[in-house]
Write a protein that binds this ligand. Sequence first.
Ligand code: CO
Length: 151
Amino acid sequence: MIREIVQVGDAVLRKKCEPVARFDGALCALLDDMKATLEKAEGAGLAAPQVGVPVRAVVVNVEEGYFEFINPVFVWQKGEQVGTEGCLSVRGKAGTVRRPSKVKIVFQDRKGDRYALVARDFFARAICHELDHLDGILYTDKAEEVRDAED
Ligand code: CO
């Protein structure tokens, strides 16, 4: 099911999200909906608060594949990259954001199993952007400039 993507100004985007405690059917439904919603919007990532659910779950769709990260936590962040970001909750805008170039996270999958993952370049950027959403942070808080998007 496609869910509505919450837009900037909605308080749910500014919440510190709660950890996922139950790896149940409701979580699976949420993740399935987030995947469908992300695909329809043709985005690189979507965090649960962006569909109005303030829990620590994100989905990412990048060159490396499609990923679901539940209760993700940074182990380390290294290097630096400067690049353009947009956000499905900040329509029509783009900004230049400084991010680490390589990150390691630990997370759980939808069954609750634990994994670690190292990501670099745009994948690392997408992870940083989505994990920020779980703490109520938008890229526009960090961007050097925010401008009207070209598309
Ligand atoms: Co976003």
